[in-house]
Write a protein that binds this ligand. Structure first.
Ligand SMILES: [Mg+2]
Length: 390
């Protein structure tokens, strides 16, 4: 089997990322979305979504490459190759784009391509992807509703109550106004905890950007970061996420060593080399590789092995379309120990509509993990046609 095309598909929407004030839902990236399709000469195709600067990513995949190794487009590195040799192709993409890539946009595109290749490999084997990756250890997983902080305690209460009514047993609030006013932060978290009751998990993602995005220095000193962990413990927060500058591993390790609340992070981390350093330096209790940014499943499955060896949990970061949820669920199915799937409730029209069968929350607060061939998620061709602009 040979790869015949790597097609970047650029979708345009009209919604802007943003929190709301009350119980109504926030929206995620609704202005652009990139989906990629890897086609083969045997009719199999792999689809994946990418969280990146979508318009620029089109050029990285299918634009004009240069003659020198290290400056190739990802598409030209792949066409004609055997799609089943996924890990060899990961190395080929990394080296072929090394001068402009290695992290960021190129790595995010590589991640989606890698996921699509794993999907093709599973389809070629006639297996669910989880079976190909080592075996399904579970058929469902508790979902946490993943959304943005509302601006008022009343709004938090209404939002949290809404998730309880939908059946969620865990909720994560992130970003929004959190960090602008410590007094209000505490009121927002208190309101969420009161509405969720004592037994549902409450997770907090304060964001690592400076408060309100109004300044461009560090948002908190490490003492302030620790103080925040200490007061969040009063509300039995299950983890505090991604709130330290992503390059500052030392600070992560120091705060984690002293925090009464478990520390989760990893959505900014990419490649197995960086994950290995991040985990072995003791930065987190919960590692959160994002399969659309970290280097794809080829990286994430190795991260899972390290996490298992080090006695920490892995919960994939997954705040995009149902395609990414689909890949994340297949990895989760294989983990020796699994806690949650991140369930993006804050979706825009663009991220919600890409697949024909959106994942649904079951009455027990879980999401079923498909056991169909591949990832068990199909792309909605009509939706893509309606929103495509390239
Ligand atoms: Mg986060």
């Amino acid at each position: 089997m040979r790869i015949t095309a790597v097609e970047p598909i650029l979708l345009r929407g009209t919604q802007a990322y943003g929190a709301t004030t009350g119980g109504e839902e926030a929206s995620d990236n609704g202005d652009w979305q990139l989906v990629i399709r890897v086609a083969t000469d045997e009719g199999l195709a792999g689809w994946a979504d990418v969280e990146t600067l979508a318009p620029a990513a089109v050029a990285v995949i299918a634009g004009q490459g240069m003659a020198v190794l290290g400056f190739k487009t990802l598409g030209e590195l792949l066409v004609g190759e055997n799609p089943l040799e996924v890990e060899r192709l990961w190395d080929r993409l990394y080296v072929g784009s090394a001068y402009y890539g290695r992290r960021g946009l190129a790595m995010q595109c590589m991640s989606a391509i890698d996921n699509a290749l794993w999907s093709i490999r599973a389809q070629a084997a006639g297996l669910p992807l989880a079976t190909l990756l080592g075996g399904r250890r579970r058929d469902r997983i508790t979902a946490y509703a993943s959304t943005l902080f509302r601006e008022t305690p009343k709004g938090m209460e209404a939002a949290a109550r809404g998730y309880v009514e939908k059946g969620f047993r865990a909720v994560k609030f992130g970003w929004g106004v959190f960090g602008e006013d410590p007094g209000r932060d505490r009121e927002l978290v208190a309101a969420a905890r009161a509405a969720l009751g004592p037994d549902r998990a409450l997770l907090v993602d304060p964001g690592w950007y400076p408060a309100g995005w109004k300044q461009w220095g560090p948002s908190r000193s490490r003492r302030e970061a620790l103080a925040m962990c200490q007061w969040l413990a009063d509300y039995k927060v299950g983890w505090i996420e991604d709130f330290i500058h992503p390059e500052n591993f030392d600070e992560y390790a120091w705060v984690r060593a002293n925090s009464p609340v478990p520390i989760a992070a990893g959505e900014q981390v990419a490649t197995i080399w960086e994950f290995e350093r991040f985990i072995r330096q003791g930065c987190v209790d919960v590692i959160q590789p994002d399969l659309s940014r970290c280097g794809g499943l080829t990286v994430a499955r190795r991260v899972a092995e390290i996490a298992h060896q080090q006695g920490i949990d892995l919960v994939p970061h997954s705040w995009l379309t149902h395609l990414l949820t689909g890949y994340s669920l297949q990895l989760i199915a294989t983990l020796p120990r699994a806690r949650f799937v991140e369930f993006n409730v804050s979706q825009s029209v663009l991220t919600r509509g890409i697949t024909t069968q959106p994942f649904k929350l079951e009455a027990d607060g879980t999401v079923a993990i498909p056991d169909a061939v591949g990832i068990g998620v199909d792309v909605d061709a009509d939706f893509i046609k309606a929103h495509r602009v390239n």
